[in-house]
Design a protein around this ligand. Sequence first.
Ligand SMILES: [Cu+2]
Length: 158
Amino acid sequence: MHMHKFEKIWLIFGVAMLIVFLTVIGVSAFYLGNQPPSCLATIDPVKVDTTAPFNEPGLKKVEGKEWDYELVFVASAFSYSPGAVEVPLGAKVKIIATTKDVIHGFEVAGTNINMMLEPGYISEHITTFDKTGEYLILCNEYCGVGHHMMTSKIEVVE
Ligand SMILES: [Cu+2]
């Protein structure tokens, strides 16, 4: 069978791209552990204030886990609790957050932390803050008239 030279090049290019994409997805999923959220962690949104760990928002040291601290946030229109929190530099922190009312965002500006907080679900993210400074947390899901005032901050200190 005769194949035109350009057709061959195009076929090789296509197959090579397919292999590249599958490799990227494979490494991301199986080596780096990037998985879609399971949505298995649920909570009764009207009982957030009395359900652990959301009854005590803030930073807590934990023992015997993969991470050193748990940082609990509760979002509600139009604020986060806590309104500001100090995190030690270099600590591995698991951020655990939920909302009491409507959908809110949880974006830590200047990082790749960006979660959607949905009523009834718990959003989690494990991270390490490697640089000292102030990190602004903001809501990037429009939630009502006070949306633009909805902020908190993480202060990374030595
Ligand atoms: Cu909001």
